[in-house]
Write a new protein. Structure first.
Lengths: 482, 229
C-alpha cells in the first residue's frame, strides 16, 4: 500500500495545505479567465474554432494547443476548494509523469480481461467501450438492464452502469447512510448482472450512484481488486476537493485503478471553445500528475446546450483530444453527452458524431451513453450502449479527413434541435428486458439509421467484419515527446 | 447627466465594482434620481452583459463580476431611497444554493449571476448546502425566494425535504420556493409543491419576475418558464 503512487499522492495532498492561498472568487473570476486569455493570445489560438470543420484537420494547431495547455498547467496548477490553496506542479514532475506513464492498462479479470492502450489520432488500435453513464433507472429494471448492456462482448468491454433511483424502495439522499447502502447494493447488482450475462470478470469502473465518497465506501469492497476502477470527478476545470482525494485513496485501499475526470465548460470560467479546450488539456496533465490517475476522464461540455454534440463542443473535444494524444502517451476516457433520448434518430446521430470524433482524435476509451441527457428515469436501454460501441470501435483507423466529412453530413440532421432535444421513449416502451431484445419500433429505427449512416460513409461494418481481429493486434504507435 | 449614466452602465457591464460605486455616488450628488441611476444607468449595463452572454460573447466570469457590480449599485441606490420606494423598486431578495451532496455548481452560478445582473439581491450559499441553512439564511436576509438546484438524482430528495421543512416550521407562506437543474423536471417541481421551475438561467430571471408580479407565495401558484418549449 505504501508504494510510490501513494507517496506522490500524499506529496500533492500536502501541497493542498501549503500552496499559495487564493480566494475562490478571485480564482474563478480573475485568475482563470485572465490566464487563459493571456495564453490563448500568446500562442495565437484565439478565434481558431472552425465551425465548418468540426473535427480538427490541422496537426500543427493541435500541437500549439498542447504547448499552451502545458504552460497553463504549470502556471496555474489545481485549486483545492477546501483549503483555498493552489496545488502547483513543476515541469520536472510533469515530465517524470509522462516518462513513467504505463504503456497499457489491464482492466477486468480472466477471460473478461481487456487491455487499454494509448492511441494517436487515426490510430487503428481498437479502443475500449464502457457502458453506461449514470442515468437513473428504477430498481426493478436495474439488473436486466445491466445484463442487456453487457450482452455483446464485441461492443461493450467495461461496466460503468446506470444509477439506482431508490434503494430497497427508499429515496437515496447523497451523503447519508442511504448512499452508503446504495453503494454496496449497486455493486452487488452489477456482479449479479455480469454473472447472468456470462461475463463475471468484466471490469467495473466505480459506483456510479456515488455522489459523495460514502457511496464509494459502501460499494468498493464488493468489487475490490486490481481489475476494477474507482472514479473521481473534479467539480469543474482546474479545481479539486478533498472528496476527490478521499475517493482515490479509497480506490487504492481496495486495489483499484484510478480514473479521475474533470470537465471544461464552454461559456464557463474558461470562456470560449478555445479556452475550454485549453483547460481540458491542462486538466489531463494535472490530473495525471496530482491525482496519479491511471487514466483521465475529461472532456469539454457546452453549458448553453446542456451537452457536447454541437459544433463548438465537437471541435473543442477534437482539438483537445488530438493535442494530448499527439504529444503524450496518456490514456483518456472520453464522454459524449447526447441530449436525444432512446429510440430517437437524434440520439443515434449525436452519438455517431461524438464517438467517431473521440475515436479518431485519439481517445483510448469512451463511457456511453448519456441518453436524453441523463435527465429522466428509465430513459436508457441497452441499444444506446450497443450503438456507441458499434460506432466507437468501428471508427478505429479512420482518417481525420473522412471523419470530418462524415460529421459535416450528420450534424445538420440534429443540430437545430439541440435546444429542445427529442425525449424519446423509456426502456419499457422500446425494449424487451425479459428477452433482452429491442421492440420492433426501436429495431426498425436502429436498422434504418445505421444503414443510412453506412451509406454516407460511417464504417459500421467493421466491428463484426473479418479484419476486426487483425486490428486487435497491439500497435504501440505512440511516443512521448518533450 | 447622460454621460454619467452611460459610464455607470459601462462599468456594470465591465464588472468594475469599485469604479461603479464612485460613479453612482457622483450621479446621486449631481441630483440624479436614484431610480434613474438604476434603470437608465446600471440597467443598460445589465441588459448589455445579458445579451453578450446569451450570444456567447461574454462568459461566466464577466457575468459574475457584472452581478457583483450591480449588487453594489443597488445597495447604494436603495439606501438613498425612502423605504417605500425602495421596496417597490426592488425586484426581490433571493437565497440560492446547491442541494446537499452536490458540488457541481456552474449552472447555479450562472443563474445567480444573471439574477444579480437583473436587479435581484442574491445571497448565494454555494454548494452542498444543508436543508436548515436555506431557512436560516432566508430568515436572516428577509428573503422573498428560496431557490435550489441539483444535477444529480440523489440530491433530488433534498429539494422536497427542504420544502417540507419550510412547511413544517411554518414558513411556507413567506417565500417562493423554486427549483431547477438537470434531472429536475417541471412535473417533479409541481408534484412536490414548488412555486416555480425554469429550464435555463434566462428563464429563471423571467420566472422570478413573473412570480413577484403575479403571485404571492401563499397562493400556491406554480410558474413554469421554458424558452425551448
Amino acid at each position: 500500500m505504501n508504494n510510490y503512487k501513494v507517496q506522490l499522492i500524499l506529496h500533492y495532498l500536502d501541497k493542498a495545505f501549503e500552496g499559495p492561498v487564493i480566494p475562490m472568487k478571485e480564482w474563478d473570476t480573475k485568475i482563470i479567465p485572465k490566464t487563459v486569455k493571456g495564453i490563448l493570445k500568446k500562442y495565437n489560438l484565439a478565434n481558431t474554432v472552425d465551425m465548418e470543420n468540426p473535427i480538427n484537420q490541422d496537426p500543427e494547431l493541435a500541437d500549439r494547443f498542447f504547448q499552451a495547455g502545458w504552460e497553463l498547467a504549470l502556471e496555474l496548477g489545481l485549486y483545492c476548494e477546501d483549503t483555498e490553496r493552489v496545488i502547483r506542479i513543476t515541469e520536472d514532475e510533469l515530465l517524470e509523469c509522462t516518462r513513467n506513464y504505463p504503456d497499457h492498462l489491464i482492466l477486468g479479470d480472466g477471460q473478461d480481461e481487456v487491455v487499454m492502450y494509448p492511441r494517436k489520432p487515426e490510430s487503428p488500435i481498437v479502443p475500449l467501450v464502457a457502458a453506461s453513464l449514470g442515468i437513473v433507472c428504477s430498481e426493478k429494471n436495474y439488473l436486466p438492464l445491466v445484463q442487456g448492456i453487457v450482452k455483446y462482448n464485441k461492443l461493450v468491454d467495461v461496466l460503468h452502469g446506470p444509477t439506482l433511483a431508490t434503494v430497497f424502495g427508499h429515496s437515496i439522499r447523497s451523503g447519508t447512510p442511504y448512499e452508503t447502502l446504495m453503494g454496496n447494493y449497486e455493486s452487488e447488482l452489477k456482479k449479479e448482472a455480469l454473472w447472468r450475462a456470462g461475463r463475471p470478470g468484466m471490469a467495473c469502473t466505480g459506483v456510479n450512484g456515488a455522489v459523495t465518497e460514502y457511496g464509494h465506501l459502501g460499494g468498493a469492497p464488493a468489487v475490490a481488486g486490481h481489475g476494477n476502477v474507482t472514479q473521481s470527478l473534479l467539480p469543474v476545470e482546474l479545481k479539486c476537493t478533498f472528496s476527490n482525494f478521499h475517493r482515490i485513496i479509497q480506490g487504492l485501499n481496495y486495489g483499484h485503478k484510478l480514473r479521475v475526470g474533470g470537465f471544461s465548460y464552454i461559456g464557463g470560467y474558461a470562456g470560449p471553445p478555445e479556452g475550454a479546450a485549453l483547460c481540458n488539456i491542462a486538466n489531463d496533465l494535472l490530473i495525471s500528475v496530482i491525482m496519479q490517475a491511471d487514466y483521465v476522464s475529461s472532456y469539454v461540455y457546452d453549458i448553453q446546450l446542456f451537452g457536447n454534440c454541437g459544433r463548438k463542443a465537437v471541435w473543442a473535444n477534437s482539438i483537445a483530444t488530438q493535442a494530448v494524444s499527439r504529444n503524450t502517451g496518456f490514456m483518456r476516457n472520453k464522454i459524449v453527452n447526447e441530449t436525444g433520448g432512446p429510440c430517437t434518430e437524434m440520439f443515434m446521430y449525436e452519438a455517431a458524431v461524438g464517438c467517431m470524433n473521440h475515436c479518431v482524435s485519439g481517445g483510448s476509451k469512451t463511457t456511453q451513453p448519456r441518453s436524453a441527457g441523463g435527465r429522466f428515469t428509465d430513459y436508457i436501454t441497452p441499444m444506446e450502449a450497443w450503438w456507441c460501441g458499434d460506432v466507437f470501435k468501428s471508427c478505429a483507423g479512420m482518417t481525420l479527413k473522412d471523419a470530418n466529412d462524415i460529421a459535416k453530413k450528420i450534424l445538420p440532421k440534429y443540430e437545430k434541435k439541440l435546444g429542445s432535444p427529442d425525449k424519446g421513449l423509456s426502456v419499457n416502451e422500446c425494449f424487451d428486458l425479459d428477452n433482452q431484445v429491442p421492440l420492433e419500433n426501436y429495431r426498425e429505427l436502429y436498422t434504418r439509421v445505421r444503414n443510412e449512416l453506412i451509406d454516407i460513409g460511417l464504417p459500421l461494418n467493421m466491428v463484426y467484419g473479418s479484419w476486426y481481429m487483425d486490428r486487435m493486434a497491439v500497435r504501440k504507435d505512440y511516443s512521448i515527446v518533450r | 447627466m447622460a454621460d454619467i449614466l452611460k459610464k455607470i452602465g459601462n462599468l456594470v457591464a465591465e464588472g468594475d465594482e469599485d469604479e461603479v460605486v464612485k460613479a453612482v455616488h457622483e450621479a446621486l450628488n449631481q441630483g440624479i434620481a436614484p431610480l434613474t441611476v438604476l434603470t437608465d444607468g446600471a440597467g443598460k449595463g445589465m441588459d448589455f452583459i445579458s445579451e453578450q452572454y446569451n450570444a456567447g460573447e461574454a462568459f461566466l466570469p464577466e457575468l459574475v463580476l457584472a452581478g457583483d457590480a450591480m449588487t453594489a449599485v443597488m445597495k447604494i441606490v436603495f439606501e438613498s431611497m425612502d423605504a417605500k420606494t425602495a421596496a417597490e423598486t426592488k425586484e426581490g431578495t433571493i437565497v440560492i444554493g446547491q442541494a446537499k451532496g452536490y458540488v457541481h455548481d456552474i449552472g447555479k452560478n450562472i443563474c445567480s449571476a444573471l439574477l444579480a445582473v437583473n436587479g435581484f439581491e442574491v445571497h448565494d450559499l454555494g454548494t452542498d448546502v444543508p436543508v436548515k441553512k436555506f431557512i436560516e439564511e432566508a430568515e436572516a436576509v428577509n428573503a422573498d425566494f428560496v431557490m435550489m438546484s441539483t444535477l444529480l438524482t440523489t440530491s433530488l430528495p433534498y429539494l422536497s425535504d427542504t420544502l417540507q421543512y419550510i412547511k413544517d416550521t411554518g414558513h411556507r407562506d413567506k417565500w417562493y420556493f423554486c427549483v431547477g437543474g438537470g434531472p429536475v423536471t417541471p412535473e417533479f417541481a409541481e408534484k412536490i409543491g414548488t412555486n416555480g421551475w425554469s429550464r435555463t438561467a434566462f428563464d429563471c430571471v423571467e420566472m422570478c419576475k413573473k412570480l413577484v408580479k403575479e403571485h404571492k407565495p401563499s397562493d400556491g401558484a406554480f410558474v413554469c418558464v421554458d424558452s425551448e418549449a
